[in-house]
Design a protein around this ligand. Structure first.
Ligand code: MUC
Ligand code: MG
Length: 374
């Protein structure tokens, strides 16, 4: 059988509305833009990939439009004509053509793995050495900006058996208001739910120290990225000062970041995201460093739709330890989906579809409807 080669790579910008406003320290999201990759190989197999960011450029250095441009102009031309089944060689080529651009590379790696899984008749996790768990615990983010509405949302999701851990996005308002908001939600939910907070780097170190003391007293279980990602020494001081664990999110993308955080003792927990790490192999390398250093792991999201979330799940399912579960709820935050068989959410967990590759089928009508024209 001749070696299948990559024939074409198409990118689409897909705008999907969110079910409600999603308020984070740095932006308010009313929609999410997915960069969808369709990679076609000479054996007729198509691989799907996805990349996102959070609030355009508000979160990181790559925007959806920039990712599309980087793929169309630089990354796709480097892959066309190459062996479609050799993922490592393809990734190596991409790293030679472009530095960084890890979200875009993650979408391409996902598409290559999806295609190769379909080719071999195995799920993506099998290409990563196999899965250790079937379903992944998944939390929900409360971010409507309204305390009473957040409590109602959490109570309903607890009662439905969908989520028993809630992450609150704070850092947008005055600290006193944020602490009051979090404490009210924790009091309403009590021992029935774990409550974590994500500050998205909004505080300075002194403010963080005061706020974390109050959040710890209110029963919060985890503090995510309280201060600027560059201030690793500050994170180390906060991690040493408090019992409540400090999680690095924006501060960790690469294995080198994980190593440096470990060396400084700057995080108790690492938020892993395929988008930050340039793909599934990259995120597993990051995880290995964190795990070896005794840091706990958490499966993070870039608020991807079904394709990116299922790709992330295949990587996270391959990890032997995942002490803090995941936040792969992205498809539930979106009003609609471009796949016909999205992941299932029940029993407080995410269940990925069975089948080769990612196991997902595109809904071509929805894809056409939500794709940005022109
Ligand atoms: C982040 O910074 O963790 C994850 C969940 C959510 O609501 O926002 C993201 C981003
Ligand atoms: Mg975060």
């Amino acid at each position: 059988m001749p070696t299948p080669t990559i024939v074409s790579i198409e990118t689409l910008l897909v705008d999907l509305p969110t079910i409600r406003a999603h308020q984070l320290a740095m932006t308010v999201m009313q929609k999410q833009t997915l960069v969808i990759v369709r990679l076609r190989a000479s054996d007729g197999i198509e691989g799907l990939g996805e990349a996102t960011t959070i609030g355009g450029l508000a979160y990181g250095e790559e925007s959806p439009e920039g990712m599309k441009l980087a793929i169309d102009t630089y990354l796709a031309p480097a892959l066309v004509g190459q062996d479609a089944g050799n993922v490592n060689a393809a990734l190596h080529r991409l790293d030679k053509v472009a530095r960084g651009n890890r979200c875009a590379k993650s979408a391409l790696e996902t598409a290559l793995l999806d295609a190769q899984g379909k080719r071999l008749g195995v799920p993506v996790s099998a290409l990563l050495g196999g899965h250790v768990r079937d379903a992944l615990p998944v939390l929900w983010t409360l971010a409507s900006g309204d305390t009473a509405r957040d409590i109602d949302e959490a109570q309903a999701l607890l009662a439905a058996g969908r989520h028993d851990t809630f992450k609150l996005k704070i850092g947008r308002r005055a600290i006193a208001d944020d602490v009051r908001h979090v404490a009210s939600i924790k009091t309403a939910l009590g021992e029935r739910a774990r409550v974590t907070v994500d500050v998205n780097q909004a505080w300075n170190e002194a403010d963080a120290a005061g706020a974390i003391a109050r959040l710890e007293a209110a029963g919060v279980d985890l503090i995510e990225q309280p201060i600027a990602r560059e201030n690793r020494a500050g994170m180390a001081r906060l991690a040493a000062r408090f019992v409540v664990p400090i999680m690095a999110d924006e501060a960790v993308a690469t294995p080198e970041d994980a190593l440096e955080l470990a060396r400084l003792g700057a995080a108790d927990v690492l938020a892993l995201k395929i988008a930050k790490s340039g793909g599934l192999h990259g995120v597993l390398r990051c995880a290995a460093v964190g795990d070896a250093a005794g840091m706990a792991l958490y499966g993070g999201t870039m608020l991807e739709g079904s394709i990116g979330s299922v790709a992330s799940a295949h990587a996270f399912r391959a990890l032997p330890t995942m002490a803090w579960g995941t936040e792969l709820f992205g498809p539930l935050l979106l009003k609609d989906d471009i796949v016909a068989n999205p992941p299932r959410y029940e029993d407080f967990a995410m269940h990925v579809p069975a089948g080769p590759g990612l196991g997902l089928m595109l809904d071509e009508d929805k894809l056409a409807f939500y794709s940005r024209k022109g």
